[in-house]
Design a protein around this ligand. Structure first.
Ligand code: SF4
Ligand code: SF4
Length: 369
């Protein structure tokens, strides 16, 4: 495993971090505990020292699972978890949720604590309104939190006031070779790194879509590596990037990513290879995609729409045969047509997708002759 500097944080982190939101699941959608624990232990043995969970991951089951998996090795790893700012209704929720997180994780301190999925709205109407920054400072003084950061999903303009609004140790942003100008984009990465913050990258594979990019984008990538390897190396090449989070759902994925991480280096790309990513992005941008990352924050829909699956089918129309997708869609139980326009999902989507409108477009495109 390669270890990298983490901004002003004196400790080194593994180039690859384990995102604990996409464990293998059973038929009911609950995590397969035995497999998830085995995956975490294998990751630890292979040198991964950063495990990233959150209050809401796996419908509240991820933190407990991570706590159980790390029994006996807790002191040897970094645990990251997050305050769900999007769920906060009153100031006292902060203390209640934090105490619950410590209990679930079977620990009395969190190494890396984040305010989860900040936007300008949650920054102003939750974080500042309820005095969360003072609470974080206090917890740090008490040794219950070692380093403080935030994860972000909003526009570049919203990024700067948040990034400059507190003495953060680190931040977690969405970045990959397609999203260079999406949300905070590359400009936000450079800004945070210049301030001495460690930067964690989430969605390096754009919710898995860069593992199998559309042919026009794939054709632009250089030869000699798989699309996954290129996508990860694009990020590891940059000195501003500390670690990449990958929500690994299978043993095979974990083993493949471990090998790629082992070969990761700052400055690993040639100028020609860097140009190829710009061309691949240009080609990708011409496709009519919905930028859904399958995070499932919008789920469950009270009327049974399987929102991420509808968008996945829509996005797949650019890659696979339309007739096959239409046939699979016909068998799906959570079709877009079930949508009753209640709007609940749109308030929860970190990608700010106009879900209702896009669902209609998706179904029309999938079923079009
Ligand atoms: S707007 Fe439609 S898809 Fe979204 S939660 Fe309501 S019914 Fe479900
Ligand atoms: S629609 Fe938004 S909230 Fe739902 S899975 Fe996609 S990105 Fe996540």
């Amino acid at each position: 495993m390669q270890y990298r500097s983490f901004g002003k944080v004196p400790e080194k982190v593994s180039a690859l971090g384990y995102g604990c939101m996409r464990f293998p699941t059973d038929a009911e959608g609950n995590p397969d505990r035995a497999r998830a624990i085995a995956l975490i232990r294998r990751a630890y043995e292979a040198g991964i020292n950063y495990f990233d969970t959150a209050y809401g991951y796996h419908r509240g089951q991820s933190e407990g699972l991570v706590g159980e998996a790390l029994r006996g090795i807790r002191e040897k790893v970094f645990i990251a978890t997050k305050m769900p700012c999007y769920m906060i209704e009153q100031e006292e929720d902060f203390e209640r949720i934090f105490a619950e997180q410590l209990a679930r994780l079977e620990t009395d301190y969190i190494d890396f604590y984040l305010l989860h999925t900040l936007s300008l709205n949650t920054w102003e109407n939750v974080v500042l309104k309820f005095g969360f920054l003072d609470k974080l400072t206090q917890l740090k003084k008490e040794g219950k939190i070692r380093y403080v950061g935030f994860s972000f999903h909003d526009t570049e303009e919203a990024f700067y006031p948040i990034c400059d609004g507190y003495d953060w140790d680190f931040c977690q942003i969405q970045l990959n070779y397609i999203n260079t100008d999406h949300q905070q984009g590359l400009n936000g990465l450079y800004h945070a790194a210049k301030k001495g913050m460690g930067v964690i990258i989430m969605e390096p594979l754009l919710g898995g879509r860069l593992a199998d990019p559309p042919p026009v984008a794939k054709a632009c990538l250089p030869q000699g590596k798989t699309p996954v390897e290129w996508a990860l190396n694009y990020l590891w090449d940059m000195p501003e990037v500390s670690l990449l989070l990958s929500g690994m759902s299978s043993e095979e994925q974990l083993e493949q990513n471990l090998v790629t991480a082992e070969h990761s280096r700052i400055g690993c790309l040639s100028d020609e290879e860097k140009k190829a990513f710009v061309a691949a992005k240009k080609a990708f941008d011409t496709m009519a995609f919905v930028p859904c990352t399958k995070c499932k924050y919008c789920m469950p829909c009270p009327f049974g729409v399987d929102i991420p699956e509808v968008f996945a089918a829509y996005n797949n129309t650019a890659i696979h045969k339309k007739e096959e997708i239409a046939a699979a869609y016909a068998e799906m139980s959570g079709k877009a047509s079930l949508c009753k326009d209640c709007g609940k999902c749109e308030t929860l989507c970190p990608q700010h997708i106009a879900i209702r409108q896009e669902l209609k477009k998706a179904e029309a495109a999938i079923l079009a002759e």
